[in-house]
Ligand binder design. Sequence first.
Ligand code: DAH
Length: 371
Amino acid sequence: MDTTDETRLSETLAAIDAAGDTDTLETQRVAALGKAGWVSALLKTLGRMSPEERQVAGPRIQAMRAAIADAIEAKKTALEDAAMEAQLAAERLDLTLPARARPKGSIHPVSQVMDELAEIFADMGFSVASGPEIEDDWHNFTALNMPESHPARAMHDTFYFPDQGPVVAGSPTRMLLRTHTSPVQIRSMVERGAPLRIIAPGRVYRSDSDATHTPMFHQIEGLVIDEGIHLGHLKWTLETFLKAFFEREDIVLRLRPSYFPFTEPSVEVDVGWQDVSGRRVLGGDGDAPGHGWMELLGSGMVNRRVLEFAGLDADRWSGFAFGVGVDRLAMLKYGMDDLRAFFDGDVRWLEHYGFDPLDVPTLSAGTGAPA
Ligand code: DAH
């Protein structure tokens, strides 16, 4: 190796160092290390040398080759890093900037109404309880004072699970899809005892389907247990709730005597309403044209047998309970007439009836304004 090779080496290393892109690097690699490259040509000269010469020239040429290969590799990495840096800088997103577009999607009216209800009842000191949708016969029926032979069971169009071995009447092993949220009353009393003030929103299931019934729908259960609770507490609570929910003071309630196995006495509650041509939209004279009463919810004083099933001292504690269809409340408040559309997942329906995700229901701002 002579000084010409040394000069070529330093020229090559300088060119590699100065390369601004990988194409230039590749040109340098081919010129030096390629088949016809000058380092490759030097390597070929080794064959013609004497062993002594080769001893000296061999390592030198290999060292040149390695120096060039290492320089190319290092430069390549540097170029790639620089390219990545440039890309990152160009694609930089400032996540602290305010959004330019509103979020897509909307809150389903049922979710909205459930949030509204939780807000209203939280303000009255209720906490939210829940129970399983796959429920056992005891919690869904027996403990609610509906023994195996009770005629009220027939009204529930229950989805039972297939037999899981021998069925004992009212046995906790007989499973079903809960037909109402009332079993959460039992679970709450058993788990938490008294006093108690809960609401329990959730899905319920019945084998029934038409414009106002779907096999799955939503209810919200309310339960208050304390000493000295009477029907007056129930009426005040429902009135306060419905005024807050419909966001108007002129709500008129009608309490009708009724029957539920788990309450005694039982009352069904209607709200007054009027069609669009009338002045008062809610509240009214049931006999005038265009006026009527809308059946809204079932309620009553908790039957002492239910308190006993749940392990409470029925001489000390009393309470009231109510159950409302959430879908029905949503239909009434937001003017939808076909329940089946609730669960079709039609984007056009959701865009029309859905709510702005940023419009979280609060009492101070009103519990819900359409999007
Ligand atoms: N569970 C009843 C149903 O689904 C509704 C109901 C009525 C709930 C009266 C109650 C109540 O808590 O007191 O039809």
